[in-house]
Design a protein around this ligand. Sequence first.
Ligand SMILES: C[S@@+](CC[C@H](N)C(=O)[O-])C[C@H]1O[C@@H](n2cnc3c(N)ncnc32)[C@H](O)[C@@H]1O
Length: 354
Amino acid sequence: MRAFLCTPGWEPALAHELARGNRVVSQLAPGVVAIDGGEHDGHDDPVFSRQALPAASLVEGASVRELAENIFATLDGALDGWPGPLSLHALAHAQPPPGLASRAELCAREVLGLVESRRRRTFRRLRELQNEATPFDQTCLLIQLLALERERFVVSAAPPRPLPLGGFDLARWPGGDAPVATDRAPPSRAYQKLEEALAWMGRAPRAGELCVDLGAAPGGWTAIAIARGARVLAVDRAPIAPALARHPRVTMTVGNAFTYAPPAPVDWLLCDVVCEPPRSLAIIETWLTRKLCRNLVVTVKFKGRDGYDVLGALPPLFARLRPTLTFARVKQLRHNKNEVTVMVRNADAPAKMR
Ligand SMILES: C[S@@+](CC[C@H](N)C(=O)[O-])C[C@H]1O[C@@H](n2cnc3c(N)ncnc32)[C@H](O)[C@@H]1O
């Protein structure tokens, strides 16, 4: 079984994405969808999931002690032969009853106690993955304990696998939720979705770089880019917050995002314009195929809970541009409501930008 985590309410969209061949797709709990059987090519990167639990098993136990023993027995084979670092994430499903998240924590502690006493050398290789300095690649075993109910867990142990268009099939953060610090400076909370996207990309605007921010008002995304030292060409039909408009590294243009073209190619296209999905997709295609930007973060917004199939236009576009793309992913991030975020990095950028 392979389980996927999503924002509660979007299980049908995720199930629709995962359904193919003779796979059996089922919802295990709020925000948890699993596939059983059928071909699995290891390259699933569903838009509506931020974390996967590969090679997963259902484990039951009446007490924390019994659960931990059964989880240890399930994991033992994977732990035994694993030569590299490992990490453990424990969490409850997305709408847990009181006590379920702490039960997952208790179970994790008990499991770690068993690993420490029975597999001492393995225990010494435990790492904290949330620290971005810790390498996160195929050498690392990610163990995930997901509480569905008090007595029923999904247990997974697998290394992250590289995806064809960059990134890995597993996220380094528990539940796939990248940490986003609270910041009172930006004039809107929209900054959170840009920060989350930048964490996923492993790259961010930096000093000396130029960003175009389409649909910039009131200025949350612009504020993030200038806080990181970049310059911003902000474009909106409405003005951005006066303090930002006066900033020496911000140039505000009152105009139409769909007809705006930068004077020369820029380092980043940031676009959070509210419009029909095909219009956002057209912006992505134009800016990428005309090489107007090296990196891109664009939100695609939806009305109602369907119409997501338009996103099917993106993989063929990425495939066409593949020789230069090093990272191209589409995700419904934790801070996205009924929208998804398209994130693209190009190879011709310097290797390390953070
Ligand atoms: C969700 S808000 C952007 C929030 C912004 N990212 C922030 O962090 O503050 C969407 C913006 O798109 C702008 N917009 C919508 N249609 C536009 C168009 N055709 N040209 C320029 N801006 C447009 C709206 O005026 C609005 O300010």
